[in-house]
Design a protein around this ligand. Sequence first.
Ligand code: ADP
Length: 300
Amino acid sequence: MSIKVQEVSKHYGAQKALDRVSFEINEGEIVGFLGPNGAGKSTMMKIITGYIPQSSGVVEVNGLNIEVHSLEIRKQIGYLPEHNPLYPEMYIKEYLEHVAAIYKLGKGKKSRIAEMINRTGLESEQHKKIGALSKGYRQRVGIAQALIHDPKVLILDEPTTGLDPNQLVEIRNLIQEIGKEKTVMLSTHIMQEVEACCERVLIVDKGSLVADRKMDSLSSNLNSKVFAVEFEKEVEKDLLKDLKGVLQITRSGLNKYEIVAATDIRKDIFQFAVAKKLVILEMKSQTKNLEDIFHELTAQ
Ligand code: ADP
């Protein structure tokens, strides 16, 4: 077990930022950490990395209790905080040397820095000061510093926020590459990112864990079908409920309905309309994706 979080709560004064959150992350997993703004994601990541203490509950990283072995755990964790604090006046190498010194990297320091520059694709920019780098390259520097001491666990707080689509793909590929050999927990607002990179997703809302799902179970259980149907005139919602296999019906506009079902019921909808002498003006089917699930679980 790489990360074990048991009943963790955090209060900032009177405000409860986390409320008895529990989850475990296995070695080698890439886990997406999702939630609306203010849900408690950064707070949880700061607690796991030993930057702030929890108010109650237990956190273990690689079998070590964070309250007892905070320093040892920091050696085993790489952390990219939300706003990627860097020194703009420093050159990339200079900054990485500074971080390497903090981690007391000895003899192998030079080759490790060169390796990190290469690994994160910073070679072409390495002569520049950090302040002169684009946001995408700054994120690479942030990831390089998080990896410099070869940690087993990587915690990335919104690593792709503010990147353009090309930079986003590059950083995403880099995370996937890193994930082949490390445990990665990353928070993001981008659902495609989780779908593309992560094996599992944890969703928090208002300080509580509302979902802990494997991506493959999401696709079989939650990839239910949504049928957007427009009739010529209004239809009683109760009538539509008689359709076989219907899970949920929502009115989405004038004479428009969203019918959620576990299977493809387009034929049933058509036969229902014929039997009730209803005219269908339009019918579209779509598969529920992570974004829909996120909205369902975290809607106010
Ligand atoms: P997220 O990362 O999901 O956006 P945060 O963990 O940053 O959420 O914040 C969770 C809640 O805790 C928010 O309501 C936020 O305002 C509050 N919070 C975060 N840090 C502090 C702090 N240092 N002092 C007081 N409240 C805080």
